[in-house]
Design a binder for this molecule. Structure first.
Ligand code: ATP
Length: 419
């Protein structure tokens, strides 16, 4: 099976929005082992959409379209499909009744134009939209099949996963269930993760199912294991031994799976031992505190923070010895440790966590941009990390936050809670 993608929307052409639907669909189709040959964007123009559909079906047997299914005059995907197929549009009475019921339930006075969403090219099958009003469309044209999905990403994603992908797999003669497990790692570069898993990847490449993919972003690396099988239990049985092998190879770099976040895991570990944390931030300027308050219920474990950006505040608020600052400057491992200790004391927290460093672009006191010191202190000891982080100012700050959370997370996971 050969697939093309077509995103409809003038706002995509103008750069007002980014075509994230294509990225998402590309990832899902690759996971499913289906080849995407071309991905195109076309504006809200009837003739050009119809011609893009005809061209695509001249090359491949499957076209997935997103966008242009809404109720307004510039939503033209329905008309273009009818035109490309050489058929008329007809109003589907079941869809019309469903729309009417939905609008009535919302007590909305709905203009007649909205019922355009119940129009289908003749011969098409509607795809139910559980998250919005515009149904999708499945239409066979010649030997090919076109799937038209809404542009709104979460509507499109649900429809693709629930209805389009199973249909594609069936048409391709592939097993119908795909199961993915994503392991989340922190404190390990993507290349190191790939190195640790190289033997496993080679082994999987030979068999082709499950597959493994690395996804790096926000200073963390995700490892996605995907298996195809006739049913969910069989797919899980393929994923599980690979997951266990990957966990063994990556060790404590793995902090969670699937939708876990590093912040949640830290919160969870602190809560499990009835502990709290306070932060002293210099180069991260509040980002670490913001990350720690991202999780609902964080007030149980997060005491607060001090942003001691100016050097003298490190002494005035955190009792970092003035002599230490004078001798070493603010970008120093000992200063980070003293900040962590100072904030732990001042805010009466179980753990103190501190960041100091040079975000860039200029060096500071002889230290190049990306020089970062993180320190942690608690009842079960102190730990410290000195790093040279890559990237521009915002990336250095973002990576520093992840490094600080990772230091705390590993410490908590490694150190048994007090009796
Ligand atoms: P609806 O019926 O819900 O309006 P639609 O099928 O008409 O959906 P569009 O009007 O084309 O979809 O787009 C609706 C919104 O969905 C856009 O304003 C944009 O925010 C988002 N969107 C559309 N296409 C894409 C895309 N390719 N990538 C990311 N977002 C998109």
């Amino acid at each position: 099976m050969r697939v093309e993608l077509l995103a409809v929307g003038t706002e995509l052409l103008l750069g007002d929005i980014v075509n994230t639907n294509a990225a998402w669909l590309g990832t899902r189709l690759a996971e499913a082992g289906l080849d995407v040959h071309t991905s195109a964007v076309v504006g809200d123009n009837l003739e050009r959409i119809a011609s893009a559909v005809r061209d695509a079906l001249g090359r491949v047997d499957t076209l997935v379209i997103t966008g242009g299914l809404g109720p307004t005059q510039d939503d033209l995907t329905r008309e273009a499909l009818a035109e490309a197929a050489g058929v008329g549009l007809r109003r589907d009475p079941t869809l019309e009744a469903a729309l009417r019921a939905r609008f009535t339930a919302l007590r909305r006075d709905v203009p007649e134009m909205n019922y355009r969403q119940a129009d289908l090219p003749e011969g098409a099958t509607p795809l139910a939209n559980e998250r919005g009003t515009a149904p999708g469309i499945r239409l066979a044209i010649g030997a090919g099949v076109v799937y038209a999905l809404p542009g709104v990403p979460h509507e499109m994603e649900a429809m693709f996963t629930g209805m389009v992908l199973p249909d594609l797999l069936q048409r391709a003669g592939e097993p119908a269930t795909i199961v993915s497990r994503t392991l989340r790692t922190s404190g390990m570069w993507e290349s190191a993760v790939a190195d640790a898993l190289a033997a496993l990847v080679r082994e999987l490449d030979r068999a082709g199912n499950p597959t493994i993919a690395f996804l790096a972003g926000r200073g963390q690396t995700r490892v996605r294991i995907t298996a195809k099988a006739p049913d969910r239990a069989a797919a899980l049985a393929l994923v599980e031994p690979v997951e266990a092998a990957a966990r063994r190879a990556l060790g404590e770099a793995v902090y969670g799976a699937d939708s876990d976040s590093l912040e949640q895991v830290v919160h969870h570990l602190l809560r499990g031992r009835g502990a709290t944390v306070a932060v002293a931030e210099s180069l991260t300027g509040g980002l670490l505190g913001a990350a720690l308050t991202d999780t609902a219920g964080s007030s149980e474990t997060f005491r607060g923070g001090v942003i001691a950006y100016a050097t003298e505040l490190k002494t005035n608020l955190l009792e970092v010895p003035a002599e230490l600052l004078a001798a070493r400057g603010p970008v120093d491992a000992g200063v980070a440790a003293a900040m962590a200790s100072g904030v732990r004391q001042a805010l009466a927290a179980t753990y103190g966590l501190a960041t100091t460093g040079v975000a860039g672009p200029d060096e500071h006191g002889g230290a190049p941009p990306g020089t970062v010191h993180i320190a942690l202190i608690g009842p079960d000891g102190a730990e410290q990390r000195s790093l040279r982080l890559p990237g521009d100012r915002s990336r250095v700050r973002e990576l520093s936050v992840v490094a600080a959370l990772d230091l705390l997370r590993r410490h908590l996971a490694r150190t048994p809670p007090p009796e």
